[in-house]
Design a protein around this ligand. Sequence first.
Ligand code: KIV
Ligand code: ZN
Length: 561
Amino acid sequence: MNTGHQKYIPFQPIEKAGRRWPNRQISQAPIWCSVDLRDGNQALVNPMNLQEKLEMFQLLCGIGVKEIEVGFPSASETEYETLRALIDGGLIPDDVAIQVLVQAREHLIRKTFEAIEGAKNVIVHFYNSTSTLQRKVVFRTDMQGIVEIATNGARLIKQLGDAFAARTGARLRYEYSPESYMGTEPENAVWVCREVMKIMEASPANRIILNLPSTVENCMPNQFADLIEDFCDRLPNRESAIISLHPHNDRGTATATAELGLLAGAERLEGTLFGNGERTGNCDMVTVALNMYTQAIDPKLDFGDINRIRDFYERVTKLRVHERHPYAGDLVFTAFSGSHQDAINKGHAWMREHPGDYWEIPYLPLDPADVGRQYEPVVRINSQSGKGGAAFVMEHVFGYRLPKAMHPEFGAAVQRYCEQAGREITPDEILQIFRQEYVNYNGLYRLISYKLSEVIDTDGESAVHFEGRVQRNGDPVVAIEGDGNGPINAACNALNHLGLEGYRFVDYAEHAVGAGADATGVAYIQVESPVGRKLFGVGMSHNINTAAVRGVLCAVNRDLG
Ligand code: KIV
Ligand code: ZN
């Protein structure tokens, strides 16, 4: 038996009575801070180059992010250059704050202030690790020593920061992260933050950002929410701090950690696009924001063109957004299962019949159009797809509204094709099947010409007289004629002249495809064969009568074929 699990130390949840967060709901967007250019970039096999970083910055501004961590300028020359390029190039909008990260160490702090010279709106973010584990194995010091690292850093930052703001008139704010907060004893986390707050003279008018990172996610989201609520309750002068989260995704629950953490009192969230970041990544801002959106909350971030954002992200990070990534993956607005396709179809019909304010389509929690995705790929077709899927594609991609009774027949034709192909098929292939199976069906009989006339009998009743010329294979052309109460009936009856007695017209639907001068009529004709087999024929023509007559012959040909 594998006993490997025994070497792990389980997370110790805090004892907590009267928790309030489970009864709350998220009602507004947090303050978003992107760490794509720092935490995200530092985790890339090939970090972004200067040009890509500038483009990423502009993309984030376009999405609406107002706080952007640009880098760790004291630790890397390229990050220093990026910062200078942004500032010197005048690329930072006035309402966007750049955030710079620095360890709570003197020489790094001084270099950071050099890097931000000329910036108007800056968050200086300093951190040191506080967890029990880091204290033991990395710093080999006690909590007192850790608090001293933080407070020494805070003192210098405050001194240099005040001077910088006074000299340049810049808006300068401070952020402190007790790094690896999630592994820090709750009282120690409060202790270090409280001491830093005092030095930074945090006040309700001048709030410090206290960022509580799940540097390595180590507990369930509810346990983390307990920590956050407890922290907020214990922190003196709580109103002088903005509580920020920085979840990593080691347990795959960064989104839930963020959401429950917001319920527990946090007001700000650091994350990245599509969750890029160290190891399993940072919290994915796209998912958290669109989760809010689908709960009718304005996330204050614009993901209206998700494909463009995704393409850019994939280009600069050389990472791939998974096909099933929430809201952004290639397959997330796709249904393969027949019952899902059918329900989506019905949902679309419902919304057409009941135009209203709400999105009510089963299996689609988000209107794909809201993220700039098309309806076309909503339903994709493989051999598992149901009868409605192919009809959906025909209607939504190509504008053919196949009558409901025709769906099983066409669906079966598509399924046969898929089984042979052994793969998913494209909308173009579906159209091809439709053409081969119906419109261009190469059958026994070919219509050469026809004429319709209206006949009024002695009782004043009108009937339609059909005269046509048809050819069977290469045989001589034969003339046929018949009467009926309409063109289709008359054409059906005329087929008697070919010795095809017994075909009965069952149903008929028509509509136009295309618009204006290019519009073409399409007629779907259902007939019953002499042995009681019901099947469809389709005819197309600018003249709707011709379309119908072709449809009749198509149905007969298919039956004979
Ligand atoms: O994950 C982390 O703890 C960090 C800090 C520097 C905020 O990235
Ligand atoms: Zn991080």
